[in-house]
Ligand binder design. Sequence first.
Ligand SMILES: Nc1ncnc2c1ncn2[C@@H]1O[C@H](COP(=O)(O)OP(=O)(O)OP(=O)(O)O)[C@@H](O)[C@H]1O
Length: 301
Amino acid sequence: MRGLRRVYGSGKTAYEAVKGIDFDVRHGEVFALLGTNGAGKTSTFDLLEGLARPTSGTVTVFGGDPVAERHRIRAETGVMLQSGGLPAELTVAETLEMWRGTCTHPTTVEHVLGLVDLAHRADVRVGSLSGGEKRRVDLACALIGQPTLLFLDEPTTGLDPESRRQTWRLLAGLKASGVTMVLTTHYLDEAEELADRIAIMHDGRIVEHGTLHDIVDKHPARITFEHPGVTLPQLPAARIDAGDRVTISTFTLQEHLLELLSWAHRERITLAGLQAQSASLESVFLAAAAGGTSEALAHTG
Ligand SMILES: Nc1ncnc2c1ncn2[C@@H]1O[C@H](COP(=O)(O)OP(=O)(O)OP(=O)(O)O)[C@@H](O)[C@H]1O
């Protein structure tokens, strides 16, 4: 994707949901698109899947335009949208049989039901399934065509913890067999578990991207404690924000923590509420959601 923009509506009511984003997904990798509600993930997904044309910029999937070459690209692609919208009156097996009929080289209904652990629900109407079971039917529909590229929009939303892990195992197995995946999720642990690379969107832009390590390493660790009411030590290269609660942002956590504790020991000071934490995907995400960019964050902690 290059310089991708998506504007809804026109004139006074025009709304720019995607504001010029670039990214590549490599063959065989899992790429996770994270972001706050309304950040533009689904709008981006629609463009990748060829469901809409970008207002400007280019999207290339398997070397082609996903709208113009939809038929060719669709044969290799599986899509799990946010809300499946499957007919409620059909049974699970009928639904998958119907879906199977639209695929170029599908697997069997039995096989795919086994993959998503729904074989025992084959004859139940979709409308009678639990939310988590419906989500697994959506996943089965995405998988039945044996795609080499999978788009998964919040694949485990509504699943219980065990079903989520089961889905992760299934997706990890597909990855091991060479399937490329692009997924959106609100679960940061899901991105940590599955993704080779991550992009965090905020307000229509990608504000962070790279491997988990790339993203986290750009951000400082934090040491926090209640202000002890005395002059604090100098800690070279650390940033100290000394309110009621002191926050020290540092790229050398161990050294600065050691210096701080040595100082406290010498001065016989107890640092109440002391906490030390490396940057995490969660802390980077929350900072990005609050409107920061990687450079601003790295400087402000
Ligand atoms: N058809 C539409 N017409 C006008 N605005 C839209 C339309 N679809 C989405 N938007 C707006 O575009 C913005 C991005 O929406 P989008 O669904 O892409 O976000 P998202 O990152 O997928 O959010 P969520 O995590 O809540 O699913 C939102 O502010 C949304 O209200």
